[in-house]
Design a protein around this ligand. Structure first.
Ligand SMILES: CC(C)(COP(=O)(O)OP(=O)(O)OC[C@H]1O[C@@H](n2cnc3c(N)ncnc32)[C@H](O)[C@@H]1OP(=O)(O)O)[C@@H](O)C(=O)NCCC(=O)NCCS
Length: 144
């Protein structure tokens, strides 16, 4: 996860933050691909994407979703979102939230394609390499 996190995100989570995401109030999902081992005739399973979310009563916040750069643009982000929202439904969650950097147009387009709507902004919420940028708040109500 850490390798993908550092390759895909401009502002990656630390190893400790990723490790903490396996605590009780969180749930995660992962996507794996079968890839050939170049030195043998065999193949192996390789992690290509994941999501991390929390769950408090009937609400969930998607905290991180990531597809390894090599695998992006092939529908895997959408597949991870589908899996996340299915998990939410199974857990009886009604309200889904997330925050995304204003500059992260790809992620915002993915969330909008999954039914999320912008619901507000937090000014200068995220640090950037040259200052700060807004967080866009997005929400999705599930009809369970
Ligand atoms: C955001 C992310 C998870 C999308 O994963 P992906 O596998 O590339 O996305 P998909 O191929 O499933 O695309 C699904 C939709 O996302 C949107 N999208 C994906 N890449 C996009 C891009 N570069 N520009 C604009 N929209 C994009 C589109 O709406 C797309 O639907 P379409 O193919 O019908 O146009 C991926 O870009 C990523 O890991 N980014 C780095 C980590 C990150 O920013 N995570 C989100 C914040 S925590």
């Amino acid at each position: 996860m850490l390798v993908i996190e550092q390759a895909a995100h401009a502002h990656p989570w630390s190893r400790n933050l990723l490790a903490d995401s396996f605590g009780e109030r969180y749930f995660t999902g992962s996507l794996w691909q079968t890839v050939p081992i170049t030195t043998t005739q065999e193949s192996t399973e390789q992690l290509v994407g994941y999501f991390i979310a929390d769950c408090v009563l009937d609400e969930s916040t998607l905290m991180n979703i990531c597809v390894a750069p090599k695998w992006q643009g092939q529908g895997l982000g959408r597949l991870l979102m589908k899996h996340y929202l299915q998990q939410c439904t199974l857990r009886g969650i009604n309200q889904c939230w997330l925050e995304v950097r204003a500059s992260n147009i790809a992620a915002q387009a993915l969330y909008a394609a999954c039914g999320y709507q912008e619901n507000g902004r937090r000014r200068h919420y995220y640090q950037t390499h040259s200052g700060s940028e807004d967080a866009v708040l997005m929400a999705l109500t599930l009809s369970n």
